[in-house]
Design a protein around this ligand. Sequence first.
Ligand SMILES: *Cc1c(COP(=O)(O)O)cnc(C)c1O
Length: 333
Amino acid sequence: MNLAKFPRRGYVTEPTPLEALPNFSKALGADINIYIKRDDLLPGTAGGNKTRKLDFSMADAINQGADTIITCGAVQSNHCRLTLAWAVKEGLDCHLVLEERVKDSYNPEASGNNFLFQLLGVKSVTVVPGGSNMLGEMEKLAEKLRAEGKKPYIVPGGASNKIGALGYVSCAEEVLRQLFDRGLAIDHMVVPSGSAGTHAGIIAGMVGNNAGIPVTGIGVNRKKPVQEAAVLNLANETLEYIGAEARVPAEKVVAFDDYVGPGYSLPTDAMVEAVKMLARTEGILLDPVYSGKAMSGLIDLARKGYFPKGSNVLFLHTGGSPALYAYLPTFRA
Ligand SMILES: *Cc1c(COP(=O)(O)O)cnc(C)c1O
């Protein structure tokens, strides 16, 4: 698909590695070969998937003459860390609105991404209760900054709109190119599914290119039907924005909610197992909120025989490892 017509900043300078995980595959013992797409190694402070989306979102902000970026996320948001990091790089102010999705979870002294918000010089942090209208809160802040003579631009949560999702359409195309170059046939792709832009972009890219690679999303927050509708909507909005003729059929969107556990960002035993297993077999760090739960989904599905024997399964590693340092007791227990 022709993505060249969309302005971007060039944050993604080369393809991220696509690696085999022979030790992990063996430890899993499900007779499948697992590969990993290392988007945890993208540029930007500590890497992760938001860099691909922000490549396009920040270009839009700069083209609109913004001097200030406002975005939102949970109290340990990787998206907030990366938006702030790229704003720093661009010489723009950055303000964060943090949602306490878990009551009383905001701790100004917390480690992990929260520590990095301060280290990277965030202009302001506004904490609001879980369930707040985040766009409304960001608009309130924008109004205040405009009155001070600033030109704020709001990046939606996770940069998950049709602009940000272009980054993951591009990732799907990058993957297809890598598979072609190596003559590697991938039978299935597994991706984390949060604010939906990553999953939507990947599926739009795969369907739009007639790749024939099914994509399974592992939800980290919302119920399956709600998440699937969000992904489907955004995928098709993105294809329309690109000017592609293809549309994603509803039945191709799968976002399991079986691995969320007690709620968004709350640890599960299976997440801890997944994080430890990948660390101890391959030396790769997942995170407790997204990629750890997504990998726990892949592990469970593999054990249940969801992937036919001999399958080559590609896991998208979206990053997030700084959040590990806000969860030390979970991993020490
Ligand atoms: C944001 C995030 C995700 C989810 O991506 P969405 O586009 O929000 O669905 C997955 N993993 C990590 C580490 C993230 O920060």
